[in-house]
Design a protein. Structure first.
Length: 387
């Protein structure tokens, strides 16, 4: 069967799914591409035009001054002041000019503007100009202000990222976020994997009640349990004479908030493993710990990877828990907190904000695309039981 024949045999439901996925990808890709391109643009061009014009150059209006009367020369019947308003600016050209701020592009480049009182002005696209008068220029005619629309070629630079990673303190916040996120992803996976195996293959009183409790904890809002957990944590810290703002504290907080979902996802997967494998291992004399480490864990890697994606993305993008349990001082401020501070203090510096935003999303993107092939397998495997 030809490729075109296979295409027409695809049902409308599948076509709709493919179209919906394509729309979602485009909706996600466009702003991401905009952030990436904007972070590489020159500051002046970023302010004057949108990112979609980055490869076509940009145009901005600037003010310039003409020469002084002492530079005039007599050119036939008129007096002339000549010069270049783009002196020292290579690679730029003028599209239009004007003498009033209300109409900065009243005349096209190369066109002669009649300014009255015998005055005329011509500004060429290369920046050269001819300012003439039928009589000698007086003191009031010198240094006249003109407005020019300057076209600049595309300019890309890595200076924005250099500023972000050094002078803006994002580099330290990036390390802080990694310090928080990596342990806060590994610890709940380790604990939840043991709990999921016990709730799936071990018989003990109250197992059904524990499963129901885990499912109920998933729907508990984080904001409702944040303050009680913080008071408990501070109380234990005061008894042990330990500081309240530490990395272990936020690790345990993220572990507590992520544990119910981790146990629920891992149990759904581990409970779906073939029963014959577990029973055969027990007949051979293997303990529960040996079954878990040698059989269940290797087979459960898709589920572990799928939860790792969820947990990593949530912890990396978290701001509330980090500010409560870790504080906002510069030595402990996470990346989302630093970006939030830039939004407040550098609201007009788009080159800094876009570079900071891309630094923030690049790590989650690498994690997601590195583990995304296990995501669907880990989420759907528990829906079909083994033989």
């Amino acid at each position: 069967m030809t490729l075109s024949g296979r295409f027409f045999k695809i049902g409308p439901a599948r076509l709709f799914v493919h179209f919906a996925v394509l729309v979602i990808v485009v909706i996600w890709l466009i702003p991401t591409l905009g952030i990436f391109v904007s972070a590489l643009r020159d500051k002046d061009q970023l302010v004057s035009s949108g990112w979609w014009t980055a490869f076509a150059g940009s145009s901005r209006t600037v003010a310039a001054r003409l020469g002084q009367p002492d530079q005039q020369k007599q050119d036939g019947a008129v007096y002339l002041i000549a010069g270049n308003v783009l002196e020292g600016q290579q690679g730029r050209s003028i599209r239009a000019f004007g003498t009033r701020v209300q109409q900065p592009a009243a005349y096209k480049a190369g066109e002669t503007a009649d300014l009255g009182d015998g005055l005329s002005l011509t500004v060429n696209d290369d920046g050269s100009y001819r300012y003439t008068k039928t009589a000698a220029f007086g003191p009031d005619d010198g240094g006249r202000r003109v407005y020019i629309s300057v076209a600049t070629p595309p300019e890309f630079t890595l200076q924005n990222y250099k500023n972000v990673l050094t002078s803006e303190g994002i580099g330290q916040s990036f390390i802080n976020s990694l310090t928080v996120t990596i342990p806060a992803t590994i610890i709940p996976i380790l604990i939840a994997a043991f709990a999921a195996y016990a709730l799936s293959w071990m018989e003990f009183p109250g197992r059904a009640l524990l499963i129901a409790l885990v499912v109920g904890l998933i729907v508990v809002p984080l904001q409702m349990s944040l303050i009680p957990l913080l008071r408990l944590y501070n109380g234990i810290g005061s008894l042990l004479d330990a500081p309240s703002k530490t990395y272990p504290g936020i690790w345990f907080a993220h572990t507590a908030f992520g544990m119910p979902l981790a146990i629920y996802l891992l149990r759904a997967y581990i409970a779906g493993l073939p029963k014959e494998i577990i029973e055969s291992a027990r007949v051979d004399g293997a303990s529960d710990f040996e079954i878990f480490t040698r059989i269940v864990l290797p087979l459960s890697f898709p589920a572990l990877a799928s939860f790792a994606i969820f947990q990593f993305l949530w912890v990396w993008n978290d701001l509330l828990v980090a500010m409560v349990f870790l504080g906002t001082d510069r030595d402990h401020l996470v990346l989302t907190g630093a970006l939030n501070a830039l939004l407040g203090s550098r609201g007009g510096n788009w080159e800094i904000l876009t570079a900071s935003a891309f630094v923030t999303i690049v790590v989650p993107l690498l994690v997601f695309f590195g583990l995304q092939r296990y995501l669907v397998r880990g989420l759907l495997a528990g829906s079909v039981k083994g033989g």
